[in-house]
Design a protein around this ligand. Structure first.
Ligand SMILES: Nc1nc2c(c(=O)[nH]1)N[C@H]1C(S)=C(S)[C@@H](COP(=O)(O)OP(=O)(O)OC[C@H]3O[C@@H](n4cnc5c(=O)[nH]c(N)nc54)[C@H](O)[C@@H]3O)O[C@H]1N2
Ligand SMILES: Nc1nc2c(c(=O)[nH]1)N[C@H]1C(S)=C(S)[C@@H](COP(=O)(O)OP(=O)(O)OC[C@H]3O[C@@H](n4cnc5c(=O)[nH]c(N)nc54)[C@H](O)[C@@H]3O)O[C@H]1N2
Ligand SMILES: [Mo]
Length: 646
């Protein structure tokens, strides 16, 4: 099954499909979240939980906010984020943005923009640690009391481990950020307590994304900014509102043997195909209710390889069919041209869709699904804001469309399979799903009002309990402390997944031999005018910001590229053709193609839609991160050939 984020409701989207497929013998599931897999891995390794970060309101208590690879003026998080950042600015709190792009957030909110070469953030974070250690600015009392492994990290940073001192000068060569800027940033972060270093997910969507997230988490610990008001435990970035929601501490949850001792009989939620599959070699442990599960066997970015190679390459099955819902899979995941080959090789593809997306075009059967306006559902807002939404049905389903739930119900009926859950009506199922959520005290009120506000006593501060009462409330890690050195990772013995965060180069990096042929680094961030590929085809929105490749004048000039010229952006994986936006808002050496534009190949296979994933690579980091911001490309002016009617 190929699921996606198209529907965030509780009972529609992929959920009924999963239930249906479980009932007919299960399905091959994928692991890895393109959003945050690097950050999630790092959070699990460092804190043993994904519930990190303080509530947005608490930013008002900070003396310094670092927006690291984060552009919340464009990407929507919970609705309060932009408002709260505007308030911090009004209050005069200093904000620093670190990004290869001079983002709208940097322009509107930041006092300082630090431009950086993509995929090199780990180096600057490590060099910041160097300055902090050299100048004895670390919070030693915090380190002694709440962390393990600082000494091992220090050995790496100071060059005792590998003979390379990770000085700001070392990092300058890698990151292109002047060493004085790195030193100032280090001093400022270490001495402006409390300070919030918010490590975004964009830089974690690089080749060794989890190293960046780990390094950021470690820096938060070195400066003692965890578990306090105005601080911020960088990581998965889930600003929760209720302290009780933190996964309770203790070694038990962390023990890998709990996976091996799973009950013999699958429960309803256990997928029979997945059941008792060997744990992933890099999974830290199975988190309750989270991703990073231990036993799904195909990474999202290995999916095309799994289809094309199957069992002979060690994948668990020879996949013959895809059941797709809530995703424009082909467009939204790496290496579209390989995806086309893979989809063409399948015997059967079914999709539930509202639009004839590039993915839907490959389906044998398109089951028209209705929209959120044509059914009842409830939703948990993204990243746990203190409210729930109830989506009251506004109109009956139009034409032949049905909800995902109804589609599955009809299919099960025709297959002669009984399923009590699918036979209940929407309201009954919603009540079942909502019952375990103790913070919804009045379902009927929620249904009537269309939302339910949860009472919040005080803004959430991740790990406040652990910091205030470490004896009784340990961190849910093996050691019960923040793991700068993670024993769990050490046991895996994977050289490119070290137990302390380290900087690595890779083969799609600015300094790789491949850069001779493809000298520009491509990043593919999220766009303000669409959600992924959703809303891409709306002309008014296209007018607001026409799709284009952002390129610095220094790179455009030698290529004779002027604003608005059609250009080809290409590498060994494919070629796209879109206009150029020549701008100093992106640093030299880097080009930007916002993800989400629809794949639209011409006869030669050149994508005139400008889908970023034609150029990205379908691989993943050892920790599972998607390197969608680590791609080398070349850009050239497109000159119409005579055959094309010049
Ligand atoms: N290069 C690059 N690629 C990226 C990213 C990146 O940063 N760079 N980001 C990644 C991230 S973080 C994410 S989350 C993914 C998102 O990728 P997807 O999950 O594929 O998101 P969308 O493109 O919005 O596609 C959702 C589809 O679901 C359909 N849909 C809407 N409602 C329903 C419904 O009720 N039922 C059904 N069956 N379908 C429905 C919509 O019509 C739409 O076509 O993209 C990833 N891709
Ligand atoms: N409008 C809108 N809002 C959205 C979405 C959307 O598609 N549209 N998608 C939603 C979803 S599912 C998700 S997961 C989130 C994604 O949210 P994010 O992951 O935060 O979004 P991105 O725009 O991919 O990345 C954020 C910033 O990281 C920068 N960046 C990229 N590579 C690097 C690097 O190597 N180093 C540094 N320092 N910076 C880098 C980018 O330039 C960008 O400014 O957004 C959510 N909100
Ligand atoms: Mo995402």
């Amino acid at each position: 099954m190929v699921p996606g984020g198209g529907n965030q409701g509780m009972i529609h989207g992929i959920i009924p499909i999963a239930i249906m497929l479980h009932q007919i013998g299960g399905y091959t599931r994928m692991w890895g979240a393109p959003s945050y897999e690097g950050a999630l891995f790092a959070s699990m390794a460092t804190y043993g939980t994904m519930m990190t970060g303080n509530a947005r309101e608490d930013l008002l208590n900070s003396k310094l906010i670092i927006m690291w690879g984060w552009n919340p003026a464009n990407t929507i998080w919970e609705p309060g984020t932009s408002l709260m950042l505007a308030k911090t600015k009004e209050k005069g709190i200093k904000i620093i943005a670190i990004d290869p792009i001079f983002t709208d957030s940097a322009a509107i909110l930041a006092n300082q923009w630090i431009p950086i070469r993509p995929g090199t953030d780990t180096a600057i974070l490590i060099a910041m640690a160097y300055t902090i250690i050299k100048e004895n600015l670390q919070d030693q009392a915090f380190l002694d009391k709440y962390t393990v492994g600082f000494d091992k990290f220090k050995e790496y940073v100071m060059g005792e481990e590998d003979g390379v001192e990770k000085t700001p000068q070392w990092a300058e060569k890698i990151t292109s950020v002047p060493s004085e800027v790195i030193e100032d940033l280090a001093r400022e972060y270490a001495t402006s307590k409390p300070a919030a270093l918010i490590a975004g997910w964009g830089p974690a969507r690089t080749a060794f994304g989890e190293q960046y997230s780990r390094a950021a988490n470690v820096l938060c610990a070195i400066t003692g900014n965890i578990g306090i008001n105005g601080g911020y435990a960088s990581g998965f970035m889930r600003a929760y509102y209720s302290r009780e929601r933190i996964v309770p501490g203790g070694k038990k949850t962390r023990d890998i043997s709990t996976i091996e001792e799973m009950p013999k009989k699958p429960r309803l939620q256990d997928n029979p195909v997945d059941f008792r599959a060997p744990p992933r070699k890099d999974a830290l442990y199975k988190i309750k209710g989270g991703t990073n599960p231990a036993n799904t066997r195909i990474h999202y970015n290995d999916y095309y390889e799994a289809i094309l190679q199957g069992k002979k390459a060690g994948y668990p099955a020879d996949i013959k069919m895809a059941y797709i819902a809530g995703t424009n899979r082909l467009n939204q995941f790496s290496n579209v041209n390989k995806g086309v080959k893979a989809f063409k090789s399948l015997e059967f593809i079914v999709i539930h869709e509202q639009f004839l997306t590039p993915t839907a075009k490959f389906a044998d059967i398109i089951l028209p699904v209705n929209t959120f306006m044509e059914r009842n559902d409830a939703a948990v807002p993204w990243l746990g804001s203190p409210y729930y939404i109830y989506l009251n049905k506004a109109i009956d389903s139009m034409y032949e469309s049905k909800s995902d739930l109804e589609i599955c119900r009809e299919l099960l009926k025709r297959m002669g399979i009984k399923s009590s859950l699918l036979d209940l009506n929407e309201d009954q199922i919603l009540r079942l799903f909502i019952a375990p959520r103790k913070d919804i005290k009045n379902y009927n009120k929620m249904r009537r009002d269309g939302y339910y506000k949860v009472k919040v006593e005080e803004p959430f501060v991740a790990f406040k309990d652990q910091i205030e009462d470490p004896e009784n409330k340990p961190f849910p890690t093996l050691s019960g402390k923040i793991e700068i050195y993670c024993e769990h990772i050490a046991e895996k013995n994977i050289p490119l997944m070290p137990p302390i965060p380290k900087y690595f180069s890779h083969d799609e990096h600015y300094d790789s031999p491949k850069a001779n042929k493809y000298p520009l680094q491509l990043i593919t961030p999220h766009n303000k005018r669409r959600t992924h590929s959703t809303l891409n085809m709306i002309p008014w929105l296209e007018e607001i910001e026409p799709h284009a490749v952002w390129i610095n004048p220094e790179d455009a000039k030698p290529r004779k590229i002027n604003e608005g010229d059609l250009v080809d952006i290409y590498n060994d994986r494919g070629r796209i053709r879109i206009p150029a936006k020549v701008t100093e808002r992106v640093i030299p050496g880097v080009v930007v193609v916002y993800q989400g534009s629809w794949y639209n190949p011409n006869k030669e296979g050149v994508d005139l839609g400008g889908c970023a994933n034609v150029l990205t690579n379908d691989v993943h980091s050892p920790g599972g991160a998607f390197p969608m911001n680590s791609n080398l490309v070349q850009v050239e002016l497109y000159v119409k050939k005579q055959a094309e009617g010049l």
